[in-house]
Write a protein of this length. Structure first.
Lengths: 782, 788
């Protein structure tokens, strides 16, 4: 055991003060804590243990004010043996008597018992061998591991799942997959649109960092989140009238958004949904920014972008095109006309690399914008593309598909560090593009102003020890690549052309618009900026997240209620997965056109059908924590309708238990249970508790059950079947007002396990739970 | 009654032997907490040591940077596998399996000691130092599911050099005709004509059974404390004091070049553990660390680090040919067995069932073949599948034949059991017949087929029967010594080995032979003595008692001779006091030693037992007697299991709750013939322990591994469910005394022959008509019933 300080609190306040002073733990009996510390199961070790047992006056059992009151430090053995508890609150006495062993009952307190940590063998493995989701890690190891004692009603989110964590927008991917599995596509849409209004776009072009985080990577293949997202994205567009609807109420506020790329569109959507008048300005002929102009149609069909813009227009967003802010209209004018302005102008400017002959090269982005015109008359030429990101891949593939005889791509990064996604690199190679990693640009080879190729120098490292971009070269290793066209896709610069001497805002060291980290507001009050203009070139999903964030900042600035934005209509207590679906090891692969059939204006891959998406969503583990609540006393308290009193509030027992990192209750860090309050039972009411464990002593419950038979309002609570004690409402309904006999008790048992979704290895708990409900009910007759 | 060898082997009247409730000499120390185990020793200026433990099931340490760890205040020493001191360290003789360096950089199970040992002022600092090691691991493929590991395409987990076995090592050894492939070694043994046996059969039954791995958990985790000290009385140079390694102090001393006389050990306990004689690294390393640091060093495992297997996992498929009357004509026995990690103990030789019912059967046509799969599941230190648990394969055969033919399995057993002298002997075995008669009475035996009996509370009733011979593998001799000193009989002994507290039986035999009470014998524990009663559990106990009986009679003769001599030539008064000459006339004057006897603590005249003197008065001499030898070999060992003498039977009744899958053992019944009961308390507790053992492994105990990581999830007393005192069913026992064993008074060992993995399982099948692999936890029972 590691050393820690120990203090005997004399009062609850003293304990609370001590708790807040450092990393600390409470000890109220010690039977759980000492094992936890000794086995070193938690990632963080307390530097202080605060003993509550030294607080006088918290160990009592008394009947007062029509209630049974139990001090939080009352020993479990005293509760089990107390005549009034045995007589009138039988379930509690029986539950207390079933706890562990006589010795532990003599040491343990009721407050400690209901606050104990999970007993999951992964959670409890010594030396924190499994840093599971319940400890802040990524994974519930029980899902694909040994789960025979785990929840049969699903898990609970103890953490942000790694897929969601990896997503810049924080998409609740398991959440919308869950709705897809249930056939609730519209609910799934609601979840995804909470953070991403353009799923049809991201389904096609997002880098899908989420898939790197997917826990399935531990065993086989990530869920093809991109494919499912694309399906649901198309579903959204096909039903745009349902999902892009004008707000029910107008706020009377107006916002101008400059730039119609992903960030601007995202901000526009959330601002409009909140009831504001939104006008989007763009300098191009069509809205969509990079989505429309920079991403080739074989990856993102223009029609998809147009459909999206149309849908946004239908919800009342106005697009003003061919207007270049700073030229056609001054920024000051916008600022005057609108309540708020948001600049989402992107990175359209060409950077200067500084090599000889650079003026003879072409900017890759320009190439993509004007792609069709650009290659006229250049069929058969050899092309060198420089850069290792997705834009470079797009440029190279586009050049190739336009008919270039040979396309070579050179980049600084080594193969495994190239910023482009693996699938884009693979696509490029599949189409015959020669990729040359770890080469830097030296100079353009030219004769009389005509490009002949590029001299490359070996790049030995890209970033220095601090992680800063600082490439180093071996200038002795030189290579010449022959090319008639050189397309530079080595980065883009932010377009701040709307700024002038009169209209200024603070820029950061990188020359980007400086915004508040919290609100996205610029140095000008009420003027916001978002997307690449504030960060430099980024991902589409990053831009969407930034746009959403800016929208929230603007709404806050405007004083507009944003509550609808953050509430989910489909939150449920437990999360589940498809036990059969998770057995499928191979991920969904999108159907691709054969290489010889690929064109510039034809999408390479097909959107998965809804059935395919549903099947793939079934591979999702829905990574919640599936450890069960181990307390014997908790179900009894819930059945008896108890309340838990703390130093700060009174909590219904049913609402007391929660699943959080290293915690099993809703208690805040400075909150301590002080008393248990149980209302007196009505005349004739009876309660019982029954526990099922493999051994007659020491074991934690495999299933336990407490019942209160109370005429029309029975209460039935099962323990150890779910992450929190499980109130069996369906069973209560079955038994309400009916006599307790074999037939009714059995029917209640069957109802109690309705909706159970066990793992393969814990199906037996359904049978046990059913039987425990029946037997507990019948026990009230004894 | 057998022709029992040795002095007074035929004794019929016993005063001490067989007396119940005699207190144990060492159990007092255990019960009161006086007894000290390795973990309990604290000596001044002591340092603590801990090993780096592997978080991986199979991994190699590529490098370790100890810089940060060494800088921690309180860290005294850090040793790595590359250290010359460690490289020089040789394993003790009971190392099993292929030879490995004492400490290397390979961790072949989770929690294995690997690569580094830290020594510090306290355990907390050791832990911190371990955390501060910069260890570069190479994680390798692992096997915790031996069926998957058997797949020829599965990555090979064991370096090829570990497949080379030095001469004289325990099995398994590669079969030269069937070389190892992938992770699998092979072994086959055939006796008789298997094809002819099946051709002769009228029916064939086939069945599968799984023998689970289960624990031999040491109540007190192993560890030792060692220090070096000047010892001028035993020659030059330092002497070694080591505590906590009771049975192997000389072997450990040998690792460091120390002769026994310069290796000191005073403690008596290292924790009881069934059939586990292997030392742990924590016990062997402390002398080295103490030498390096110049201070006493303690190293003790945690409970979790000691959750070793007693039995490894094994899957069996059996094909049995029978005649229409139930007579077995052929057995084809195939196993897939867990070979464990490198350095596991003797394991899994084909023919391991030879010492079980296969040799008790009339059937002569038996083939045993085995696939032995390397794994990272865990290490067994001594016991292996040669343990008699495998005899359940035969027990199941008998049950299945009975079930198939609608007969009582006891009748099937009787039909197939051969006679006392050989597999072709048609005579009944008296011990077996006697056990059956008594067993049927004890259990109110009324056989019913499966699924046929429901109890009044709605549960299904099942029953099972099992027999076994009492095996004898105490082949070693004993060096006994008794001493009469100032009128008290002393029995010096080096004390208990590996948790076998058997000296009481020896003392009882001595008391019996010397006309004393058990309490009169002074059991003197001294690590320098040579006598120890081990040599095969209760088998060793009774065999050593035989030797001690001989020694007692030598002492007796010397006492009587001394009494006569002193009667004729009274010694002068002692200058230091003492007992002095007898008061009044010496009643032995003029008699001869053969005229005397020992009775009730006195030397008495045979012809007139009222005439006598307390021993202390009869002779003032200090008298020593020694005896070196062993009882005649048991006929069991002469026939290596094919000759039958003492037998035992066990019975089980269960009730199965069809709604919850809970199996309650209503009671165990044991009728055992140990030949002669010497100490009933020992025998009863051994029977109880064996039944507890059987209950645990058949109903509750289970090693659970996380397959992806190979980490063992049930290495604590909560998750690894041994039965609690509240779970243990009644055990009704009857002991018969046919005096047909070879040890003292015809006793034999009862040993572990009653432990089993399938008697409860068979009773469950008898109750519900479906098989459940052990442990038959409620989830498995419900699954077998189609309810989960």
């Amino acid at each position: 055991m590691k050393p820690f300080n120990h203090t005997n609190a004399k009062t609850v306040d003293e304990a609370v003060t001590a708790l807040g002073s450092c990393q600390s733990s409470l000890i109220a009996g010690g039977t759980d804590l000492l094992g936890t510390l000794k086995d070193n199961i938690l990632p963080d070790y307390p530097s202080l243990v605060v003993n509550l047992k030294s607080i006088p006056g918290l160990d009592y059992i008394k009947e007062e004010d029509g209630m049974l009151k139990i001090g939080a430090l009352t020993r479990i053995a005293d509760i089990a043996d107390h005549p009034a508890v045995k007589e009138n609150f039988t379930a509690l006495a029986q539950a207390a008597y079933s706890v562990a062993t006589p010795h532990i009952r003599d040491m343990g307190t009721i407050g400690g018992n209901i606050s104990q940590l999970p007993r999951c063998w992964y959670f409890r493995k010594a030396e924190n061998r499994f840093n599971c989701s319940r400890k802040g890690g990524n994974e519930c190891y029980a899902i694909l591991g040994e789960n025979r004692f785990h929840s049969i009603f699903g898990g609970m989110k103890a953490h942000v799942t790694p897929c969601t964590k990896e997503c810049p927008a924080g998409t609740d991917i398991p959440g919308y997959f869950d709705q897809i599995r249930k056939g609730n596509w519209d609910e799934a849409v609601k979840i995804i649109m909470k953070v991403n209004p353009i799923a049809a776009i991201t389904g096609r072009v997002c880098a899908h960092f989420c898939q790197q985080g997917c826990n399935r990577c531990q065993t086989d293949e990530s869920v093809t989140i991109s494919g499912i997202e694309r399906t649901i994205g198309d579903y959204i567009l096909e039903n745009s009238d349902k999902f892009y609807v004008a707000p029910k109420k107008e706020t009377g506020k107006s916002v101008a958004i400059v730039g119609s790329g992903p960030s601007g569109l995202s901000a526009a959507f959330y601002l409009r949904r909140a009831g504001n008048k939104v006008t989007v300005y763009d300098s191009m002929e069509e809205a969509g920014g990079m989505l429309m102009y920079a991403i080739p149609a074989y990856r993102l069909p223009k029609e998809t972008v147009r459909k999206l813009i149309k849908a946004l227009e239908n919800m009342g967003i106005e697009f003003k095109l061919n207007i270049k802010v700073g030229e056609t209209i001054k920024a000051e004018a916008l600022e005057k006309e609108y309540d708020s302005v948001c600049f989402a102008t992107g990175t359209w400017k060409r950077p200067v690399v500084g090599i000889a002959g650079e003026e003879l090269t072409e900017f890759g982005l320009d190439f993509l914008v004007e792609v069709n015109k650009w290659m006229e008359g250049k069929i058969g030429s050899e092309v060198l593309v420089t850069g290792g990101g997705n834009v470079a891949m797009d440029v190279a593939i586009t050049a190739k598909r336009l008919g270039a005889k040979k396309v070579t791509l050179a980049c600084l990064e080594p193969r495994d560090r190239m910023p482009a996604s693996a699938e884009e690199i693979a696509r490029a190679e599949e189409e015959g593009i020669i990729i040359m990693p770890s080469w830097g640009l030296s100079k353009v080879l030219e004769e009389n102003g005509v490009v002949k190729g590029m001299e490359l120098k070996r790049c030995v490292s890209v970033y220095d020890e601090t992680g800063s971009f600082n490439p180093e070269y071996n200038v002795c290793e030189i290579m010449n690549v022959k090319a008639e066209n050189i397309l530079m896709a080595v980065g883009q610069n932010v377009d701040l052309s709307f700024l002038d001497e009169k209209y200024q805002m603070q820029l950061n060291k990188r020359g980007l618009i400086d915004v508040s980290e919290e609100t996205s507001m610029t140095s000008r009050k009420g003027i916001f900026a978002t997307g690449d203009a504030t960060t430099g070139p980024g991902t589409v999903i990053g831009a969407i997240a930034a746009g959403h964030k800016a929208a929230r900042g603007i709404l806050r600035y405007l004083g507009v209620d944003n509550t609808c934005d953050d509430k989910s209509e489909c939150d449920s207590k437990f999360v589940t997965f498809d036990p059969e679906g998770i057995k499928i090891k191979s991920a969904l692969r999108l159907k691709q056109l054969d290489a010889d059939k690929r064109r510039l204006n034809l999408e390479d891959s097909l959107t998965p059908s809804m059935a395919e998406a549903d099947s793939e969503a079934r591979r999702c583990l829905n990574c919640g924590c599936y450890a069960v609540h181990p307390s014997d006393i908790a179900p009894a308290l819930i059945a008896l309708d108890a309340k838990i009193k703390t130093n700060r509030r009174v909590i219904e027992a049913e609402n007391f238990f929660d699943v959080r990192s290293n915690c099993n209750t809703v208690l805040t860090a400075d909150e301590i249970v002080t008393e248990i309050l149980i209302p007196a039972l009505q005349e004739g009411a009876k309660s019982a508790f029954i526990k099922f464990a493999f051994r007659k002593s020491i074991d934690f419950p495999v299933v336990n059950c407490a019942v209160l038979v109370n005429g029309d309002s029975p209460r039935i609570c099962l323990g150890a079947v779910a992450p929190t004690p499980y109130r069996a409402y369906a069973a209560e309904k079955v038994i309400a007002g009916k006599p307790i006999n074999d037939e009714n008790a059995e029917a209640a048992g069957i109802a109690a396990v309705e909706g159970a979704q066990p793992f393969e290895d814990n199906k037996f708990k359904i049978q046990i739970a059913k039987t425990m409900v029946k037997r507990a009910l019948l026990a009230t007759n004894k | 009654m057998a022709d029992i060898a040795g002095v007074n082997g035929q004794r019929e009247h016993f005063r001490v032997v067989g007396k119940p409730n005699l207190p144990g000499k060492l159990s007092y120390a255990l019960a009161t907490g006086i007894g000290k185990f390795g973990a309990d020793f604290v000596v001044p200026n002591m340092l603590h040591a801990k090993f780096l433990r592997s978080p991986y099931a199979n991994a190699r340490v590529l490098s370790v940077d100890t810089t940060k760890a060494r800088a921690i205040p309180g860290v005294a020493d850090i040793v790595t596998w590359e250290d010359e001191d460690i490289k020089k360290l040789g394993a003790t003789p009971f190392g099993f399996g292929p030879r490995r360096a004492w400490l290397d950089n390979i961790a072949d199970q989770e929690n294995a000691e690997v690569a580094v040992i830290v020594v510090a002022e306290n355990e907390d600092i050791c832990d911190e130092a371990l955390r501060q090691l910069d260890v570069e691991w190479e994680v390798l493929s692992h096997i915790v599911d031996i069926l998957k590991g058997r797949d020829p395409d599965y990555p090979v987990i064991r370096p090829p050099e570990f497949d080379e076995f030095p001469p004289g090592m325990f099995d398994p050894k590669p079969d030269p005709d069937h070389p190892k492939r992938g992770n699998v070694s092979y072994a086959t043994v055939v006796q008789g004509d298997i094809e002819a046996g099946f051709a002769e059969a009228n029916q064939i039954i086939e069945y599968d059974l799984k023998l689970p791995a289960f624990a031999s958990h040491i109540p007190n985790p192993p560890g030792s404390v060692a220090w070096w000290f000047d010892d001028p009385y035993n020659g030059e140079g330092k002497s070694l004091h080591i505590e906590g390694a009771v049975q192997r102090k000389d072997a450990i001393g040998g690792m460091y070049g120390m002769p026994p006389e310069k290796t000191v050990q005073e403690g008596l306990f290292q924790g009881g553990k069934y059939c586990d004689w292997g030392m742990r690294k924590s016990q062997e390393i402390t002398p080295l660390l103490a030498k390096r640091t110049g201070r006493p060093v303690k190293c003790v495992n945690t409970r979790e680090q000691t959750y070793d297997f007693l039995m490894n996992e094994r899957y069996m498929h059996l094909k049995v040919g029978i005649k229409n009357n139930g007579l077995i004509t052929a057995i084809d026995d195939f196993s897939i067995a867990d070979g464990g990690v490198q350095g596991s103990s003797s394991f899994g030789t084909a023919n391991d069932q030879g010492y079980g019912p296969y040799y008790t059967l009339k059937c002569l046509n038996i083939r045993q073949s085995m696939d032995i799969v390397d794994s990272n599941r865990g290490k067994m230190y001594l016991s292996g599948q040669h343990c008699p648990f495998n005899w359940d394969a035969g027990t199941m055969a008998i049950y299945l034949i009975a079930e198939k033919l609608g007969k009582d399995p006891i009748d099937i057993a009787k039909l197939n059991l051969h006679g006392p002298t050989s597999q072709t002997d048609m005579n009944p075995v008296p011990s077996f017949e006697a056990c059956l008669d008594e067993g049927k009475k004890l259990m109110n035996w009324n056989w019913h087929p499966s699924k046929a009996k429901k109890l009044p509370d709605g549960r299904m009733h099942g029953m099972s029967f099992r027999y076994q011979i009492c095996p004898r593998h105490a082949f070693s001799g004993y060096d006994c010594k008794l001493e009469l000193r100032r009128g008290i009989v002393h029995m010096p002994t080096q004390g208990p080995c590996t948790g076998i507290f058997a000296v009481e039986c020896n003392a009882m035999v001595v008391a019996e032979e010397l006309g004393l009470q058990y309490e009169d014998i002074s059991i003197d524990f001294d690590y320098k003595e040579t006598f120890t009663p081990v040599g095969g559990g209760s088998d060793g106990t009774t065999a050593s008692s035989w030797a001690m009986k001989e020694c007692a009679n030598i002492l007796k003769q010397k006492i009587l001779e001394a009494a006569i001599e002193e009667a004729e030539n009274p010694p002068p008064p002692s200058m230091f006091g003492g007992f002095g000459a007898p008061q009044g006339p010496n009643p032995f004057k003029g008699l001869k030693p053969e005229d005397l006897d020992l009775a009730d603590g006195k030397v008495v005249v045979k012809a007139d037992p009222a005439k006598g003197l307390p021993i202390a008065q009869a002779t003032q001499k200090n008298i020593f007697a020694t005896y070196s030898g062993r009882p005649p070999a048991a006929i069991w060992s002469l026939g290596m299991g094919k000759m039958l003498d003492t037998m035992n039977t066990a019975f089980c009744e269960v009730a199965v709750d069809m709604d919850t899958g809970v199996v309650e053992i209503l009671r165990f019944g044991v009728v055992a013939d140990p030949g002669k009961v010497i100490r009933p308390t020992s025998l009863e507790s051994q029977i109880d322990q064996v039944m507890y053992f059987s209950q645990g492994c058949q109903l509750l105990e289970e090693y659970v591994f996380d397959e992806r990581t190979g980490v063992r999830l049930t290495a604590n007393m909560i998750e690894y469910r041994k039965p609690t005192i509240m779970d243990i069913p009644p055990v009704d026992r009857r002991f018969l005394e046919t005096r047909s064993g070879n040890a003292a008074y015809g006793a034999s060992g009862i040993s572990h022959s009653l432990a089993n993995t399938h008697m409860v399982i068979i009773a469950i099948h008898n109750a519900i008509g479906v098989w459940v692999d052990p442990p038959a936890t409620p989830d498995k029972v419900l699954k077998a019933l189609g309810k989960a």
